[in-house]
Design a binder for this molecule. Structure first.
Ligand SMILES: Nc1ncnc2c1ncn2[C@@H]1O[C@H](COP(=O)(O)OP(=O)(O)OP(=O)(O)O)[C@@H](O)[C@H]1O
Ligand SMILES: [Mg+2]
Length: 503
C-alpha cells in the first residue's frame, strides 16, 4: 500500500511488576486501513493500544504520528492529536444526554471556539456526528443510559469523530453486541475507512477479522509474531501465528454417552423484575444444554434467578427430583448449582485480590481442616487450577484485576472446578478468550459433562453453540421459544427462533 504511514511504533517496551508485557514491539498503521491486532490472552494487545492512546507510558521505544515523534502524557493529549481508544467498558456518562456526552471534555480539549459552543451549534454538530454513525438525530436528547450497548458504542465513535480522530482503536468492540449491532458497526468502520480514518481492531473472533481487516499484526508473549496481508488472513494462518502451532481440533469430538436422568428441573418459574412468562427447563446429567438468544432475551436473568440472585415469585426448582429452595447464591452453591457469570468484572471476581484468594474463597470448606486453611491444600488448589487452565500469570498472588481479559475468565471458571458441581451454569464462557484457551475450555466442559455434570451454557457465539451443545433451547423476548435436538441444530433454525420468526 502506498503512502506514508499514519503511525509508526518502534521497539516499544512495557514492564509491569513481574510481567514484561511488551518486549520491543513494532507496529505501523497506514492511513485509511483497518488493522487487526491479534494474539493470545495476555499477548500485550491492550497494553500496546493503551500506550498509543496515552493511557500508559512506554518504558522504551518511540512513536511517530503523522511523521513526527510524539509522546502523549495522557489520553487527552492523544485525543487532541487524533488518536481515540474505544474501551470495551465504555466511557460514557450514563445519566447525561447523548448530546452532552458528545461534547463532554471538549471544552478543555479544544479551548477556544468550542468553549462558547451554544446549544444550537451543539445540536447541529451533534446531529452531523450521529448521522455519520447511522444513529437517528432524535437520540441527541436521550440519556445514554437508555441505549443498548451497541448504540452506546456508536455514540462513543461519534464522540471520537467529533474530536477529529484520525486513528480509532477498538478493543474487543463486539463482545457484547447483538448480530445486528455488529453488522452496523462494520458499516460504520467501512465508512470511516472510506473517509480516510484508520481503525485498529482487536478481537478474538477470527471470523470478524477476516471479514473487516485489511491486514493483521500478530503478537505473541509481548513480541511481534508476524504480519498477515488480507489474502493471507485464513483461520489457520492466524491461529498458527498466534499460538505458534496448528490447532487440530477446535471442538472436542462428541464421544459423550447419551445424557442421563434429569438433574435440574425448572417448573413455571417467574421472578422479580423478570418477564411475565413462566419458564420451564430440564437439564440432564452429562449433557451440554446450549441456550441461545439475542442479547437482552432474558437468558442471564433466568440463570441468575436459579442461582439465587433474583427473588423467585412463583414456580419451583427441583434437583434430582426434590424441590429445593434457593433464596441466595449460598443455597445454590450448597446444592451444587454453580454459576460462572457473564460480567466477570462485576460479579465473578474480587479484582483487587490475588488469583489465589479468588480461587480459595468458594472452596474454603475443601481446603480447610478444623476451620483453619491448610496452607498445603491451598497451594495445591492454586497450582493445579493455574496449570490446568493455563492461566498466564507470574504467580498465584497476582491481583486478578491486572490479568488480561481472557485470563480473568479462566479464573472465574477455575473457582468452580474444584467443587465438583452437579449443575454448572456458564454465561458466555469464552467471551474475550483466545482460540487456544477456548479449545482448552471446551475440552474442560466436555470432560465435566463426561463426568455427569449438567452444563447449562448460555452463549451468543453461534459457532460455540453449534459445536458444543447436545441440545439447545432458544429464548426470545423473555420466553423460551424453542428446543432443538443436536440433529436439528443449525444456525438457521436458531436464528429463526431467536429473532421471533419461528415463535
Ligand atoms: N496494569 C497492569 N499491571 C500489571 N500487569 C499488567 C497490567 N496490565 C496488563 N498486565 C499484564 O500484561 C500482560 C499483557 O496484558 P494485555 O492486557 O495487554 O493482554 P491482551 O493481549 O490485551 O490480552 P486479552 O486478549 O486477554 O485482553 C498480561 O500478562 C497482563 O497480565
Ligand atoms: Mg486485552
Amino acid at each position: 500500500m502506498p503512502g506514508e504511514p499514519l503511525l509508526v511504533a518502534r521497539n516499544i517496551r512495557k514492564q509491569f511488576p513481574g510481567v514484561l508485557a511488551l518486549d520491543g514491539v513494532n507496529a505501523t498503521v497506514r492511513p485509511g486501513e483497518v488493522l487487526a491486532l491479534v494474539g493470545e490472552n495476555g499477548a500485550g494487545k491492550s497494553t500496546l493500544m493503551k500506550i498509543l492512546a496515552g493511557i500508559y507510558q512506554p518504558d522504551g521505544g518511540e512513536i511517530e504520528f503523522l511523521g513526527r515523534p510524539v509522546r502523549f502524557n495522557g489520553p487527552l493529549a492523544a485525543m487532541r492529536a487524533g488518536i481515540s481508544l474505544i474501551h470495551q467498558e465504555l466511557n460514557l456518562a450514563e445519566n447525561l444526554s447523548v448530546q452532552d456526552n458528545l461534547f463532554l471534555g471538549r471544552e478543555t480539549t479544544f479551548a477556544g471556539p468550542l468553549k462558547l459552543l451554544n446549544n444550537r451549534d451543539a445540536g447541529r454538530i451533534g446531529a452531523g456526528l450521529l448521522q455519520r454513525v447511522g444513529l437517528p438525530v432524535s437520540f441527541l436528547s436521550k440519556p445514554v443510559g437508555d441505549l443498548p450497548p451497541g448504540q452506546k458504542q456508536l455514540v462513543e465513535i461519534a464522540r471520537a469523530l467529533g474530536l477529529d480522530a484520525k486513528l480509532l482503536i477498538m478493543d474487543e468492540p463486539t463482545s457484547s453486541l447483538t448480530q445486528t449491532e455488529t453488522d452496523r458497526l462494520y458499516e460504520v468502520i467501512a465508512d470511516l475507512k472510506a473517509g480516510g480514518v484508520s481503525v485498529v481492531y482487536i478481537s478474538h473472533r477470527l471470523a470478524e477479522i477476516r471479514r473487516c481487516a485489511d491486514r493483521a499484526i500478530v503478537l505473541r508473549d509481548g513480541r511481534n509474531a508476524g504480519e498477515l496481508a488480507k489474502a493471507e488472513l485464513t483461520h489457520a494462518n492466524i491461529v498458527r501465528m498466534m499460538i505458534g502451532r496448528d490447532l487440530k481440533q477446535f471442538f472436542p469430538r462428541h464421544h459423550r454417552k447419551p445424557a442421563g436422568g434429569t438433574v435440574l428441573e425448572i417448573e413455571g418459574l417467574t421472578f422479580r423484575g423478570g418477564p411475565k412468562y413462566p419458564a420451564s427447563l430440564r437439564l440432564r446429567a452429562g449433557e451440554v444444554l446450549g441456550m441461545a438468544g439475542l442479547v437482552g432475551a432474558g437468558r442471564t436473568e433466568l440463570s441468575e434467578a436459579v442461582f439465587g440472585l433474583r427473588a423467585i415469585t412463583s414456580g419451583r426448582i427441583l434437583l434430582g427430583g426434590q424441590p429445593i429452595c434457593i433464596r441466595k447464591p449460598a443455597d445454590a452453591i450448597r446444592a451444587g448449582i454453580l454459576l460462572a457469570p457473564e460480567d466477570r468484572r462485576m460479579n465473578g471476581l474480587v479484582l483487587e485480590d490475588g488469583i489465589g484468594a479468588n480461587l480459595s474463597l468458594p472452596n474454603l470448606d475443601r481446603i480447610s481442616r478444623f476451620d483453619m486453611v491448610d496452607a498445603n491444600a491451598e497451594r495445591t488448589l492454586h497450582a493445579d487450577t493455574i496449570a490446568r487452565l493455563a492461566i498466564k500469570t507470574p504467580n498465584a498472588a497476582q491481583a486478578v484485576g491486572l490479568l488480561s481479559g481472557g485470563n480473568q475468565q479462566k479464573v472465574v471458571f477455575g473457582k468452580w472446578l474444584a467443587r465438583g458441581p452437579k449443575v454448572l451454569i456458564l454465561d458466555e464462557p469464552t467471551r474475550g478468550v483466545d482460540v487456544g484457551a477456548k479449545t482448552e475450555i471446551y475440552a474442560l466442559i466436555d470432560e465435566l459433562a463426561g463426568r455427569g455434570v449438567a452444563v447449562w451454557m448460555i452463549t451468543s457465539d453461534m459457532e460455540e453453540l453449534l459445536g458444543m451443545s447436545d441440545r439447545a433451547v432458544v429464548m426470545h423476548d423473555g420466553r423460551i421459544v424453542g428446543e432443538l435436538e443436536r440433529n436439528e441444530l443449525t444456525e438457521e433454525a436458531v436464528m429463526n427462533l431467536a429473532t421471533g420468526v419461528g415463535a
